[in-house]
Design a protein around this ligand. Structure first.
Ligand code: ADP
Length: 181
């Protein structure tokens, strides 16, 4: 585990399963239809129960780069924020859309008074975003939002495998984030 200070907030990198996180909201790497699908989304929907897919169906969808919020149902987390990252295409707009998915999620958390948020590595699985490009975008975007919105106290990245975890550790070091000892 690694922790970094950003003003009053903590940014954490851990290896683990996002489904198990006891935070105010976990973020789902969703698709535009908000239908369950595979990867982290499948795991979150299985753990939350069928009510989650019903709530997503009522919302009806979400454009790439945006986010929507639902209850967490049977999860420990009270809320799920469904963020839609881009499918990697190699176009410069990918980076904007990825940053926007993180930014939208944190702004939504803030609007709902949520202080502790856990993210997976959005877009780096089925959506094919190269890890070493995605990790610095994820961390820099969260750092910037947290610096300007002091209500959020914890942003935890829950990284499923060692390769992903190491890419985020490198990105944090390259960004000059300050480790907590
Ligand atoms: P996307 O379609 O946005 O690429 P994926 O779910 O395919 O989303 O992958 C995003 C990341 O989530 C990948 O690094 C994948 O290994 C990871 N992942 C899969 N299951 C879990 C889980 N239960 N908790 C945290 N991360 C997970």
């Amino acid at each position: 585990m690694m922790q970094f200070k950003i003003g009053l907030a903590t940014l954490e990198l851990i290896r683990g399963n996002i489904v198990e996180q006891d935070v105010d909201a976990i973020v789902n790497a969703a698709n535009e239809t908000l239908a369950p699908g595979g990867g982290v989304s499948g795991a979150i929907h299985r753990a939350a129960g069928p009510e989650l897919a019903e709530a997503c169906a009522r919302i009806g969808g979400c454009p790439t780069g945006e986010a929507r919020i639902t209850a967490g149902y049977h999860l420990k987390a009270r809320h799920v924020i469904h963020a839609v990252g881009p499918r990697y295409s190699g176009n410069p707009r990918d980076a904007e859309l990825l940053a926007s998915a993180y930014r939208s999620s944190l702004l939504l958390a803030e609007q709902h008074g949520l202080q502790h948020i856990a993210f997976p590595s959005i877009s780096t699985g089925i959506y094919g975003y190269p890890l070493d490009e995605a990790a610095p975008i994820a961390l820099a975007t969260c750092r910037d939002v947290v610096q300007s919105h002091s209500e959020i106290r914890l942003v935890r990245f829950v990284l499923f495998d060692e390769e992903t975890f190491q890419a985020y550790v490198r990105a944090a070091q390259n960004l000059g984030l300050i480790p907590v000892d």
